[in-house]
Ligand binder design. Structure first.
Ligand SMILES: NC(=O)c1ccc[n+]([C@@H]2O[C@H](COP(=O)([O-])OP(=O)(O)OC[C@H]3O[C@@H](n4cnc5c(N)ncnc54)[C@H](OP(=O)(O)O)[C@@H]3O)[C@@H](O)[C@H]2O)c1
Length: 325
C-alpha cells in the first residue's frame, strides 16, 4: 500500500523565497505548514496571515512544535547554524542553496544528519522540474552520445543595492547565489570535478559582481559565468558526440529544451511547470521522509559536497573570502 503519511512543516526565515516555497507546498498533497519563525515578529505574522500556520515567538518554539521537517530559507551565513540545530532537535531539513558557506561547514551539517539518522537535502530545485526529468528520460533512449562539454551562465542586473547578494558578511556574491546552480549542472552532466579555474571582479562591497569559471571533470569540460553587472542570458548548452541540448532560459527553472542531433533531427521539449516549481522538490523530499531515506538520490550529500567544493575553489581563485575563513 502507498504510504501517504502527512508531512508537517516548519518554515524558518520569511523572505522572498519562502513565499515561493509556500506556493509550492500548498500544491503538494499530504503536506502541511504547521509552524513559522522569522526573527522579526511582524514578518512572521504577515507570513502566517498569507499562508497559514502558527507564528512562533522563537526558533526554540518552532523546534518544539509538532513538525517532521523544517525548510530553512535564511541566508547562507546562517544555514549551518539552523540546519544543525534543527537536526539535533530531531527534524528533517530541507535547506536553501547554497546549503553552507563552505565545505567545512557542510561537513558539520552532514555529520550531524548522519549521527541523528535524519534526512538532509539542499534545496536545488532544477532537477525535479518535469522538463529536466523528461529530458533525462529522452536522452536515455535517444542518446546524444558521450557528453564532453557544458556551458551555462546567468548574470542579473537591477538588484537593489541592499540585496543580501551584495553582502560579504552574509556570504553573498554571484558565485554563491548563482554559480551554485551551474556547479550542479556541471556535476550532473559531466561527473566528478578534477580541476577548477576562475577569474572574477570584486565590487565595492567585497563580493564578486562578475565571475567566470571553467571546470575539468571525469567526462569533460565546463565553462560558466555568474554576475550582477551585465544582463546575461540564462540558457545552458550540453554537447555530446551525437548531438547537443539547449535548455532555454532560465535553465534553472526549465520549461523548454531543444535537442539537436548530428543526424539532422531536432527534438523540441516544451513542458511548463506549475506553481513556481518548488512543488516538485517538496514532493520528492516528502517521499524521502516517508521512505525513511537519509539523503536524496538526486541531490545527494555528495552532490552538495561537489557543488560547494567547486564554489570554494572558484572563490579561492578570485580571492573572495568570508568571515572566519
Ligand atoms: N531556490 C530558489 O529558487 C531560490 C531563489 C532565491 C533565493 N534562494 C536562496 O534562498 C535563501 C533566502 O533568499 P531570499 O531571497 O529569500 O532572502 P531574503 O528575502 O533576504 O530573506 C531572508 C530571510 O531570512 C531571514 N534571516 C536572514 N538571516 C537570518 C539569521 N541569521 N537568523 C534568522 N533569520 C535570518 C531574514 O530575516 P530579516 O528580514 O529579519 O533579515 C528573511 O526573513 C538564500 O540562501 C538564497 O540563495 C533560493
Amino acid at each position: 500500500m502507498m504510504n501517504n503519511r502527512n508531512i508537517r512543516w516548519g518554515v524558518i526565515g520569511c523572505g522572498d523565497v519562502s513565499h515561493r516555497f509556500m506556493q509550492g507546498l500548498l500544491n503538494v498533497q499530504n503536506s502541511e505548514l504547521i509552524s513559522v519563525w522569522s526573527r522579526r515578529p511582524e514578518q512572521t505574522e504577515s507570513f502566517v496571515n498569507t499562508h497559514g500556520g502558527n507564528a512562533c515567538g522563537s526558533f526554540e518554539e518552532l523546534l518544539a512544535s509538532d513538525i517532521d521537517a523544517v525548510y530553512i530559507a535564511t541566508l547562507p551565513d546562517s544555514h549551518a547554524f539552523y540546519s544543525i540545530a534543527a537536526l539535533k532537535a530531531g527534524k528533517h531539513v530541507l535547506c536553501e542553496k547554497p546549503s553552507a558557506v563552505n565545505s567545512s561547514q557542510l561537513e558539520e551539517i552532514l555529520e550531524t544528519a548522519l549521527a541523528q539518522k535524519l534526512l538532509f537535502m539542499e534545496a536545488m530545485k532544477s532537477p525535479f522540474f518535469p522538463l529536466y526529468r523528461q529530458l533525462k528520460e529522452h536522452i536515455r533512449t535517444d542518446s546524444i552520445g558521450d557528453i564532453g562539454y557544458v556551458r551555462a551562465g546567468s548574470s542579473v542586473v537591477g538588484l537593489r543595492s541592499d540585496h543580501p547578494n551584495f553582502s560579504l558578511d552574509l556570504a553573498g556574491g554571484s558565485l554563491m547565489g548563482i554559480g551554485i546552480y551551474e556547479a550542479f549542472l556541471a556535476l550532473d552532466w559531466l561527473g566528478e570535478t578534477k580541476n577548477v579555474q576562475a577569474m572574477g571582479k570584486l565590487g565595492q562591497t567585497g563580493i564578486d559582481v562578475l565571475s567566470i569559471f571553467q571546470t575539468e571533470h571525469e567526462n569533460g569540460y565546463g565553462q560558466f559565468y555568474t554576475g550582477f553587472e551585465v544582463h546575461g542570458k540564462g540558457d545552458a548548452l550540453i554537447c555530446g558526440t551525437l548531438g547537443n541540448i539547449t535548455i532555454h532560459k532560465n535553465w534553472w527553472n526549465p520549461n523548454r529544451a531543444t535537442i539537436d542531433y548530428f543526424d539532422g533531427r531536432v527534438i523540441e521539449l516544451d513542458i511548463p511547470f506549475t506553481t513556481g516549481g518548488f512543488n516538485y522538490e517538496i514532493d520528492h523530499f516528502c517521499d524521502l521522509i516517508r521512505n525513511n531515506a537519509m539523503e536524496s538520490p538526486i541531490i545527494s550529500h555528495n552532490m552538495s559536497r561537489g557543488m560547494i567544493s567547486m564554489i570554494d575553489k572558484a572563490r579561492a581563485a578570485i580571492g573572495l573570502r568570508f568571515k572566519g575563513e
